[in-house]
Design a protein around this ligand. Structure first.
Ligand code: URA
Length: 176
C-alpha cells in the first residue's frame, strides 16, 4: 500500500465540510466534488516533469516549459469516481479515460468487478485513479499513492466511512 497524503489546503477542507452536510443537495454535492477533484488534480500533478520547446510570442522566440511526461490515463472507479474525474479532466483535457465498475460484497466487503474498460498500452502511461471514498481500500488497490482530502475515524459494519459522506455515488447522481 502506498502512502496517504492528506491535503490540508483550506479550500479543500471547507468544501469537504460542505459535502459532508447531510442537507447538501445533489447539485451542490456534484459541484463540490468536481471542485475538489480539480484541487486534488493540481496536487497530484505537482511533480509532473517539464521540458522546454521553442515558441514564438508576438514579440520574440523563447524556450517555454511544456509537460514532457508520459500521456495520462484517468481511471474512474464507478460510480463516484466520475465526480472527481470531471474535475481533473478540466486540468488534463486530453487525458484518456478508463472505467472500472466495482461493487462491494455486503458480507465480505471485498470489491467485486462488474465492468472494466481501460485504454490500450496503459503500461506506457501515467495513471491517476479517481475514487473519492477509500473505505476498505479494496476498490483502489491499484493506486500506488493515495491523495485524500481527509482521513476519517472508522468504518461501520457495512464498510461505510464515519463520519464520511454517505454513499457518494447516490449523493452524486441523486439515486437515493
Ligand atoms: N463508498 C461510499 O460511497 N461511502 C462510503 O462511506 C464508503 C464507500
Amino acid at each position: 500500500m502506498g502512502e496517504v497524503h492528506v491535503i490540508a489546503h483550506p479550500l479543500v477542507q471547507h468544501k469537504l465540510t460542505l459535502m459532508r452536510r447531510k442537507d447538501t443537495p445533489t447539485s451542490g454535492f456534484r459541484q463540490l466534488l468536481e471542485e475538489i477533484g480539480m484541487l486534488m488534480g493540481y496536487e497530484v500533478t505537482r511533480d509532473m516533469p517539464l521540458s522546454t520547446e521553442t515558441i514564438e510570442t508576438p514579440l520574440e522566440a523563447m524556450e517555454a516549459p511544456v509537460l514532457e511526461g508520459k500521456k495520462v490515463v484517468l481511471v474512474s472507479i464507478l460510480r463516484a469516481g466520475d465526480g472527481i474525474l470531471t474535475g481533473i479532466l478540466k486540468l488534463l483535457p486530453s487525458a484518456r479515460i478508463g472505467h472500472i465498475g466495482l461493487y462491494r460484497d455486503p458480507k465480505t466487503l471485498v470489491a467485486v468487478e462488474y465492468y472494466f474498460k481501460i485504454p490500450e498500452e496503459i503500461e506506457d502511461r501515467d495513471v491517476i485513479v479517481c475514487d473519492p471514498m477509500l473505505a476498505t481500500g479494496n476498490s483502489a488497490i491499484a493506486a500506488v499513492e493515495r491523495i485524500a482530502a481527509a482521513v476519517d475515524r472508522q468504518l461501520n459494519e457495512k464498510g461505510y466511512i464515519l463520519p464520511g459522506l454517505g454513499d457518494a455515488g447516490d449523493r452524486l447522481f441523486g439515486t437515493k
